[in-house]
Design a protein around this ligand. Sequence first.
Ligand SMILES: Cc1cc2nc3c(=O)[nH]c(=O)nc-3n(C[C@H](O)[C@H](O)[C@H](O)COP(=O)(O)OP(=O)(O)OC[C@H]3O[C@@H](n4cnc5c(N)ncnc54)[C@H](O)[C@@H]3O)c2cc1C
Length: 389
Amino acid sequence: METADAVVIGAGIFGTSIAFQLAKRGAGRVVLVDRSGPASGNSGRTFGQVRRHYSNELTIRLANRGFEVLRDWSEEVGVGDPGYVRLGYLLMVPSGSVEACMGNVELGRSLGVDTTFVTPEEIAGIEPLVVLDGVAGASYEPDGGFVDVTKMILSWLAAGIGRGLSPMLGSAVTAIDADGDRVLGVRTEHGAIRSPIVVDAAGVWGPALVEPLGVRLPISFIRLRMARLRQLASGPLLRTAVTNAAGGLVMRPDRGPLALAAVYEDEVPSAQPPDLDRADDPAFEGLVRRALAQRVPAYADAAWEGTVSGIYDATPDWHPIIGWAPGMEGLYLALGWSGHGLKLAPAVGEVVADEILGREPLIDVSALRAERFEEGRLMRLAYGPGARA
Ligand SMILES: Cc1cc2nc3c(=O)[nH]c(=O)nc-3n(C[C@H](O)[C@H](O)[C@H](O)COP(=O)(O)OP(=O)(O)OC[C@H]3O[C@@H](n4cnc5c(N)ncnc54)[C@H](O)[C@@H]3O)c2cc1C
């Protein structure tokens, strides 16, 4: 039987960040197990947008630290780069959400975020392609943009190997072993690994792995589809990442004439993750084109390059679960990212590694423990339930 000092399940953005930070701290042999390859889950299907507009201090602090790591990647990671593209980020709100938006802007500013509340006239100066009907204002963050999540994951992997990180790819974890209320390790398709620490970072598939141990997590699953668009050669190019809270269109430029657009559909949350892949269908294309025609008409006739389908793992307060599993010593949970977690991943890796090693983390994440739901201590959401968080 193989042995490890820690096993991390899932080579998505969270598992890899955590495994890298454990290795960086000299945690010994850290085995990162994935049933497929790096970034093969939702991390390979994300919108990739980064911003720091949030409703509470803890999440802003995690996002702030995430930005520092993106900026100082060579120093912090030493291998590769995060593919960060600075576009500016606009969250456009209707009149009913102006107060919430201004409150978040104020909170962000008090924590060092470069952000302002802008009027419709100012929005038009920042991003001339958006139609402003029903928009009362926006929060604007010049540093918002997107990252290349696959690059981040591969960079962390490369930096971790040689410091004790040992990837075990193409091998599914079939069970987490425990003796009473203590984990013993994991069983995989290719044998067992004995380890005093097991981190469940298996994304939307993570809750099912801990359920046999009596750990039940209030996470439901929602599909989100995104359109990949190519602007026509003669068309003007969007230059800012735009979220339209007054309608539901989320859009950002990608490289060159490419763009990504998501529209929230009326998906009913499910108790089990749906299949990751879902074929294109004309109804989705129609939905996206109608939203574009209303809000960014310059892209209404953009070429349709395809659909990317992903799954949100949503908790009741749309914030993640980070912490030791209640009642199971040695089992650590990093799940429930609720559609907005990726920008938190660099900081989460550091915090989780410190907690596992018994060190005081840079940011106190105890408000994100799984127990908060039963205790009624939910995280604050200025805009109500949703990935806007
Ligand atoms: C469509 C979409 C758009 C998003 N847009 C944004 C955004 O713009 N900004 C933002 O901040 N966040 C965004 N998010 C959220 C963020 O991208 C995800 O929360 C994040 O990528 C999830 O990472 P993960 O590591 O938890 O999961 P995953 O990337 O899914 O990784 C989990 C891994 O676990 C592996 N695995 C599963 N079961 C097993 C098993 N039994 N044994 C071994 N391995 C297993 C899988 O193969 C997978 O590689 C978005 C999410 C989605 C779905």
